[in-house]
Design a binder for this molecule. Structure first.
Ligand code: TXE
Length: 527
């Protein structure tokens, strides 16, 4: 897409109005930035990045810790903004978005230096030849972050902190559904003293996102749908720049016959319905062993009936509004399609028109199969379809019968059995007796297999996505030419044949048998 067409398109629609999905009220207005404006932002970021990279980790960490203090001081106001723009309950904005990122901020502010310290490599026999190798980690330059609406604070903020701590500048494009939360992130860092230009928030719709992917950044960190992720990967390929893609999931939860039924049922309800099921790691498929199925499903249904659904900013709300009409329609389509093919609604199954906004009842479906969309496509809503299984082999086959592979969970009182099954599941993260929450752990990697994405965020593996490893190799022996340099005399050929056999064993004793020939070679050259 050319710069010109993007500018023309946004000229007709220069503003985005952000609405509260629970009430329909306007939360605020932001500019829908053109490609030219995005390119200018990337240029400004690049101009500032060198000086930022020259600071030491402590100085960068000080600014991140100051930003952390601002967030702590204003936690209720920020939670309210998150709740109003996304529809999620206030409590959840604090527990699932703010608390984990406050921890992440302190972790990367203090530990990035250690996580990115220079690494000395063991280079085997080359080390005995007076050489040494190190890896240093350098910033990439300008990182473009394109983020979604479901965790409008936690997803971009984690990446912003890691990118900045690694010495990069950042241009962030928040979702058009939650732009004010994105701008808030920028404001917090500005007030914390981050030099102007190092973190710029470019608001806009998909065209602004596409423009950022083409604007000359050094890496794109994208979280969103598979379809858009593929477009971002194409843009990255055209420029030969790397990208990390955090895409959707259809995450299975497997409840074995020896699981603690109350714990597993409570986890299924939270894992399926937190954030109205709009998390990439939400439980989207529930498999329960037939021996405990009746008791387990009764427990799940009873707990779902007790959930309080209301406007997110009201105290006591468990389940808030969904983020958009579009998202709600996907949920309706999946439930209706399942019911038309014989699924039974155990609880829920309808839109909540009485509440006014984008509310869909928490819904549990039985008698579902892998022929239905609700078991194959990402629903991203408050729907929990349940199937029963007889054997481990059967449930493993079902769990892996998906194009996605983000997270999965196994429930059992036998931890080693859980671990053994976990290793057979095709997913980036598999938890045993836990569900959904590990995105909140700053130290652990986050990312998927199969269509759930490429690359990792969080943890050391996530941090390594935001740096360029550079190999520095030093030869301390400066008075002899290398054995393998010119001239290729007949004696040299003979020595290389010997080395092929002995050096390549990796055993220095074997190589030492060739020492006399090697010494002779050191002095043997045509000039
Ligand atoms: O995502 P999009 P949408 C899944 C979920 C949901 C579906 C669609 O199943 O129903 O995706 O959601 C920007 N180049 N997830 O349409 O379009 C866009 O402006 C560059 C899973 O909201 O992928 C926004 O900032 N960027 C998911 C971001 O991409 C573009 C979270 C995500 O939007 C662009 C959200 C383009 N061509 C949805 N077009 C998860 N992994 O957690 C749009 N964007």
């Amino acid at each position: 897409m050319s710069v010109q067409t993007l500018t023309l398109a946004t000229a007709e629609n220069t503003e985005i109005i952000s609405h509260d999905p629970a009430t329909g009220e306007e939360v605020g207005r932001v500019p829908n930035l053109s490609a030219a404006e995005v390119i200018a932002a990337v240029k400004r970021a690049r101009a500032m990045q060198g000086a930022w990279a020259a600071l030491d980790f402590k100085e960068r960490g000080r600014i991140v810790m100051r930003a952390r203090q601002i967030v702590l001081d204003e936690i209720d106001a920020i939670a309210r903004l998150i709740s109003r723009e996304s529809g999620k309950p206030l409590t959840e904005a604090i527990s699932m978005e703010l608390t984990p990122t406050l921890d992440l901020m302190q972790f990367f502010a203090r530990k990035t230096k250690k996580l990115l310290r220079t690494e000395k490599l063991d280079i085997g026999q080359y080390g005995l030849m007076g050489r040494s190798s190190r890896i240093i980690y350098k910033p990439l330059g300008v990182v473009g972050i394109i983020s979604p609406w479901n965790f409008p604070w936690a997803i971009p903020l984690g990446e912003v902190v890691m990118a900045l701590m690694a010495g990069n500048a950042v241009v962030l494009k928040p979702s058009e559904l939650t732009p004010l939360v994105g701008l808030k992130i920028g404001e917090v860092f500005k007030r914390a003293g981050l030099p102007e230009g190092l973190l710029q928030v470019v608001t806009g719709d998909g065209k602004t996102g596409a423009a950022l992917a083409e604007a000359g950044v050094d890496k794109i960190m994208f979280t969103g749908s598979v379809a858009t992720g593929k477009r971002v990967a194409e843009a990255a390929a055209r420029q030969l720049i790397p990208c990390v893609l955090e895409l959707g999931g259809k995450d299975p939860m497997i409840v074995l016959e020896d699981a603690n039924v109350l714990m597993a049922a409570s986890a299924a309800v939270w894992g399926g319905f937190a954030n109205s099921g709009q998390a990439c790691a939400s439980v989207e498929r529930l498999y329960v062993h037939e021996k405990i199925a009746t008791q387990f499903i009764e427990q799940v249904v009873a707990q779902v009936r007790a959930l309080e659904q209301n406007i997110g900013t009201r105290e006591g709300t468990d389940i808030g509004a969904m983020s958009s009409e579009r998202q709600l329609k996907i949920v309706e389509e999946h439930v209706n399609d399942a019911v038309s093919q014989g699924a039974r609604v155990l609880v829920g199954g309808h839109r909540r028109d009485d509440l006014g906004g984008m509310f869909y009842e928490p819904t549990v479906l039985a008698d579902v199969s892998h022929q239905m969309d609700v078991m194959r496509e990402e629903t991203f809503g408050p729907v929990l379809p349940v199937m029963t299984f007889k054997t481990e082999e059967e449930v493993l086959r079902w769990a892996n019968d998906s194009v996605f592979g983000l997270t999965a969970s196994v429930w059992t009182r036998d931890a080693s059995r859980g671990r053994r099954l976990a290793e057979k599941i095709e997913a980036g993260t598999v938890t045993v007796n836990e569900v959904l929450y590990t995105h909140g752990i700053a130290q652990t990697p986050w990312g998927g297999m199969k269509q759930s994405g490429i690359g990792r965020t969080h943890g050391r593996l996530g941090l390594l996505e935001l740096v360029a490893p550079q190999h520095i190799h030093v030869n301390r022996v400066t008075s002899f030419r290398d054995l393998w340099w010119f001239s290729y005399t007949p004696r040299a050929a003979e020595l290389f044949r010997g080395l092929a056999r002995r050096f390549a064993t990796g055993n220095p004793l074997q190589t030492s048998l060739l020492l006399p020939q090697m010494i002779r070679r050191l002095f043997e050259r045509r000039n």
